[in-house]
Design a protein around this ligand. Structure first.
Ligand SMILES: [Zn+2]
Length: 412
């Protein structure tokens, strides 16, 4: 039978939590969103190791906060706890499709909680306006310019295609070209990219194996080179290699076409994850909304939109279209990537709108305080690369991947 245990805060208010006899105390804490370092736990008055101990059915437990902040109030406000502490006049409606929540800094300097519920049609309008506002507010498109859109053939680029064509009258006028690299795509993704281009009327350039091989001066086809990196060099470097080759192929194609702006389908969580990662590893991420890559400006027009919001958008427009294939093997990244995404998702759960604050804060750091890494053009593949920490710009004439290719004897 579940047992009731007491949580006491520093104001000595008491809240009742439920625990299963035999479960780890740690599990009880995590399930109730109580950070393990914020509390000590007593069994019959004596402090116990909350990581080791399982709940005894007949003992009395008391969880005590070690710090005086209002955790129960906060957890109630964000609905991580369902208590009466935060009731209030929040909007509810029967036809709700999605509720947008924000818990953001107010003008007074503290946090304000807001939420708005949308039905299906309102939601589509809302998210399209979010997209339009995101492009305008950050000046991502200059009227009359040429933009190259990199399409993977997946859900994200499909959504970006819909956004761009459905909101076109509300955006600055621009010339859109699309590019798809077949080398790292499944045939199904390529044919999907082709049918999208046709549907939206965007000219599509396909980059094939032979071109990628030529970009890198490879002695072998790119897939062979990639498999050598994986099996003869370092398996964990293979996903980075794919990304690098994609970026190079897209950048070279843009330059060949005389285009100086490339749009990527990075969404809110992708940008957040890049920022978090940059802080963990101490290597700056070049901007929350756009970044300069040598002669090219990369922009992320999907920055205000989360993956779930994008999924709901497609689902609202075309319920049957929304099928994503299983990821191909090289898309499965390392554990570090999973952890960074989980941190970002968790952050948005406990603090809705955290991403927007992170973007603004990070952009301020980039504009005013961060020293961005020196960029150079690789002498082999001609891609713009950032010179890593600990090495001077003069030491590097080729990018990291080309160093590896050279080591493996793969260059002509
Ligand atoms: Zn290179």
């Amino acid at each position: 039978m579940p047992k009731t245990i007491v949580f006491a805060d520093r104001l000595d208010r008491k809240f009742e939590l439920t625990a299963e006899p035999g479960e780890y105390i740690h599990s009880t804490l995590v399930r109730n969103h109580i950070p393990i370092d914020a509390v000590v736990v007593r069994r019959d008055g004596v402090v116990v190791d909350d990581w080791q101990e399982r709940i005894y059915p007949d003992a009395e437990y008391r969880i005590e906060m070690v710090r005086a902040y209002h955790l129960p109030d906060f957890l109630s406000l964000t609905r991580l706890w369902d208590t009466q502490l935060a009731s209030g006049s929040w909007q509810t409606r029967g036809d709700a499709y999605y509720t947008k929540r924000h818990f953001m800094h107010s003008a007074e300097g503290d946090y304000d909680s807001t939420q708005v519920a949308f039905n299906r049609d309102e939601y589509v309008q809302y998210v399209e306006q979010l997209f339009v506002d995101g492009v305008h507010s950050k000046g991502l498109i200059t009227p009359g310019e040429k933009v190259l859109l990199a399409v993977s053939g997946g859900k994200d680029s499909l959504a970006l295609g819909y956004f761009l064509s459905r909101t076109a009258p509300r955006l600055p006028e621009f010339d859109l070209q699309t590019v798809h690299v077949t080398t790292f795509s499944k045939p199904l993704d390529t044919s999907f990219a082709e049918s999208m281009a046709k549907q939206f009327g965007h000219p599509l350039t396909l980059v094939h194996d032979d071109e990628v091989q030529e970009f890198y001066n490879l002695a072998v086809p790119p897939k062979q080179a990639l498999s050598d990196v994986k099996y003869k060099y370092d398996a964990s470097y293979s996903i980075a290699s794919v990304h690098s080759m994609m970026r190079c192929s897209i950048e070279r194609t843009a330059r060949r076409m005389g285009i100086e702006k490339i749009a990527f389908g990075l969404m809110r969580e992708d940008v957040c994850t890049s920022i978090i990662k940059s802080m963990f590893v101490g290597f700056p991420f070049g901007g929350s909304y756009s970044k300069r890559q040598g002669p090219i400006e990369m922009v992320y027009p999907l920055w205000p939109i989360g993956k779930k919001e994008l999924t709901l958008y497609l689902e609202a427009l075309f319920p049957t279209n929304n099928k994503q294939g299983s990821p191909v093997a090289f898309e499965r990244g390392e554990l570090a990537r999973d952890i960074h995404y989980m941190i970002v998702d968790t952050l948005e759960t406990i603090l809705p709108g955290a991403g927007f604050q992170l973007f603004e804060g990070h952009q301020r750091l980039v504009d005013n305080y961060l020293k961005l890494p020196t960029q150079k053009e690789c002498e082999n593949c001609q891609m713009t690369f950032s010179v890593g920490a600990g090495a001077s710009a003069e030491d590097n004439t080729v990018c990291e991947l080309c160093v590896v290719f050279d080591k493996l004897g793969l260059l002509k």
